[in-house]
Ligand binder design. Sequence first.
Ligand SMILES: Nc1ncnc2c1ncn2[C@@H]1O[C@H](COP(=O)(O)OP(=O)(O)OP(=O)(O)O)[C@@H](O)[C@H]1O
Ligand SMILES: [Mg+2]
Length: 1017
Amino acid sequence: MTVLFADVVGSMDIAAAVGAERLREIMAGVVGRGAAVVQRYGGTMDKFTGDGLMAVFGAPKSLEDHAIRACLAALDLQSETLRLADEVQRRDGIDLELRVGLNSGQVVAGEIGSGVPGYTAIGEQVGFAQRMESAAPPGGVMLSESTAHLVDKTAVLADPELVRIKGRDEPVPARRLFAVVSGHGAAAGTESTLVGRRWEMAALEAMVEQAIRGRGDVVGMAGPPGIGKSRVAREAAALAMNRGFEVVWTYCESHAKDVPFLVVSNLLRTVIGVTDLDGTDARARIRERIPDADPQDLLLLDDLLGAADPDVALPPIDPDARRRRLTALINAASLARTTPALYIIEDAHWIDAVSESMLTDFLTALPRTLSMALITCRPEYEGALTRVPGAQTIALAPLDDSETVTLLAELLGPDPSVGELGEIMVSRVGGIPFFAEEIVRDLTERGVLRGQRGAYVCRTPVTEVSVPATLQATIGARIDRLDAPAKRVLSAAAVIGSRFDTELLTGLGVEPVVDELIGAELIDQVRFTPRAQYAFHHPLIRAVAYESQLKSDRAEWHRRLAVAIQQRDPDSVDESAALIAEHLQAAGDLRAAYDWHMRASAWSTNRDITAARVSWERARQIADALPDDDPGRTAMRIAPRTMLSVSSWRAAESDSSERFEELRDLCTGAGDKASLAIGMTGPVSELMWSGHTRDASRLASEQMALLESIADPALTIGAAYGVMVIKAAACEIADLLHWSQTVIDLADGDPTKGANFAMGSPLAAAIALRGFGRSWLGRPGWREDFDDASAMARRSDPVTHALLITGINRLAIENGVLRADEFPLREIEETLRIAERSSGDTALSTVKLSFGAALTYRSTLADRRRGLELVTQVRDTWLRERTRLYLVPTAELAIARERAGRGERDRAIAMMRSALEKLFQMQQLGLCVVPTADLVEALLERRADGDIAEAKRSIDRLVNMPDYAGSAVCEIWLLRLRALLCRARGEDIAYQDFVNRYRTMADSLGFERHIAMAEAM
Ligand SMILES: Nc1ncnc2c1ncn2[C@@H]1O[C@H](COP(=O)(O)OP(=O)(O)OP(=O)(O)O)[C@@H](O)[C@H]1O
Ligand SMILES: [Mg+2]
């Protein structure tokens, strides 16, 4: 059994500082946590001392792994105390620290009554545990030699030290405990000494030092398999732990590259400490760890960590907003950390896309924290994680010959009979340490080497020794030698992944016999409680164990595994859908795999579009690979393509025209108009966004014609919003009026009919856009439309509300129809704040652009400043992220107008000119009239050489543009501009004439801002 002793450091001083009562409260906190931890690891609380506690592991119930359990409990106890210490520091301003000591041995047990839960341990060993406790540094855990001996294979320990303890004259040996290894590979205890890697370790040490000073860092470590990345990571971890870092490991797995969220979720589960908890317990722990978070944010986090309450619906939040909020939540938590942490992400070449991008966001915050991240990967990985701003990269080179010699000497030992063998091996292993280790294991198993590690002898003449040619062959030969049952375990495990537990093995019908495998160092036990968990000793061993199986055997494992995963947690199969799909696909059950991919995409759609797109892509590949005569094939090829096309505007890369043509062919062949029409949404938006407004508009018309022929009102209404926006931008006002009227008729008074993620009230949008069309042509009814649409928008969801009110006002104010000072500023600020919590990036930035642009017309300086700030902010984001570039000129025009108003005329004019040219180029003619007017006015105010001529040319361009024929908005601006031109030329009579006509037209149209401007002339 192992005895654990824990004591609060300097409890007398604490009592003096905070009083006895508060001390009791603090102690209750420590002991309460301690009791929970002890229970977690199957120990028994023995007693509470005045300022600490004592617990026993392995008695009265005997536990084989009592020492490791006690170590785990000691470490958890320290980290729990650290958390409590945070609170105590904040509240009382004092340091709360704990010392823990462990000792193992035979203990005489009996009922010697202290009245505490029926068991008391006595004996010399108990006293020794207490001595270890007093020898431990504050915050540390000290092990006696007996405990250290039991755990040295799985624990990270400091070198032995001699400590003086009460009651002994001679100092006794003790070792400090840093961590229990739950990583891949051997524990520090059995590893050979680190050879070389001097400067790599120095660099890592420097980064650790820097992180302690609040300048965290991200470092990538790249190199081929077996070269020592994980080893250097383990060394770095030990170093960091020595400096008080919490170390968190997470692993990417080759078979889970397409399983979204896996890595990020595992990492966060470990950080928050919910790895072994589920349901209610996990949620409670999350709330305990992140106390002041927004309740809805916490629901999102629960969901990400796979701990969502099945009875609580996921809040309706756009994946973009979900991402923003989770990132803000995590980053705030990592900024708030007061103790340093090292996050190790192993094998990033296998990371899934969603985890990769989420982690990238988290890592970006590290330079302002006490934490650092170490990412290991093979050289082929060039993903985002290594390109985090400020990230360092260390490329591990093979060991050189002299280093290899040193390593081999350590592995083989000094006996002359192995000397020559070592020489042959140096050239064979090519500086890959793992190859050297595996050859030695191979030779030992074959009986060529006798003795033990570091002390072998070789009886076979060197000329007769054959050494496998490659690392893979060496591993393969070792696996071949296994007994059938062990081989079976290894084969099944290789299909599960690099980490596996007995539960899944049993689920596959495999008896989990692991001793031989552990003995051969093919696998390691990486967890002991609450359930044993194992890991392949090295990823290459898993790869060989996987590859060397018969394909048909492997397929059978995959098939069984898919079933076992479904049975394991039947309530959360949707979460595992992507994984199940991968296994079914590997099993060759293509149709079933297709269904699971589609199911996975449905689950991901509300969480992350990239993830959903990965699943659709996988489904598409399967459908394409089905035999030609498969009856469902065409439909299966169409469905994922449709979704890929619809969502293409959400994807980072967006040129899907080829894809879309495939979809068109398939749909035409199959007579599937609905899928084609829905799928068109993607290319329409892409054309629009790449500045091909006319093409976008043409395709949009085609889409609407298709939809009308299908006659599904909800579908037509849903698609029409995007189409109307394009028609307005392209200045195709007749079409705009046609489609807005169609929607108004089809919706038949139902504001949410055809609602979708882009628009919560298509009817309100249609009325607003009809109002815009009417005002553009100077037809009556626009004011009622604006009022009706605004009223309806206010009853809609916040995003729709903000989108429509800002949209209507911005266009109407710009065109001169409405006055800016009636803009409902406060209402929109409020709505925007709400919308920010739930809406997509696109909708949100559109709102900000419109809102900002509208504000730049206000009379108060503060409002104009706020407007400028919003517009600049969205423009900068678009430029930085290289998205929505087609909106940049519009934003720049608003910025330039504001600048011109402040007298920065030269810069403003240059900016206006180039932005306006871009708008004309992109054929966004609906947006060119006002900017032209702005430019003309600025030119006429400046009146430098050529300005008047340029103003005249700009006016003429509007006049000659056939698209503006019949536009009241264009006509009224032209009256104003001509008046200004006459004044600039000194043509007073003509000026007066134009002003009169301008005033009359403004009055008769009721265009308010024009009325005011005309008054002022
Ligand atoms: N410099 C070294 N000195 C001594 N042993 C080493 C050294 N580098 C690596 N090893 C040993 O070689 C083995 C393989 O190293 P490791 O697992 O770190 O490889 P890796 O680069 O992470 O490979 P993979 O890409 O497959 O994960 C380990 O047992 C490790 O302890
Ligand atoms: Mg590795």
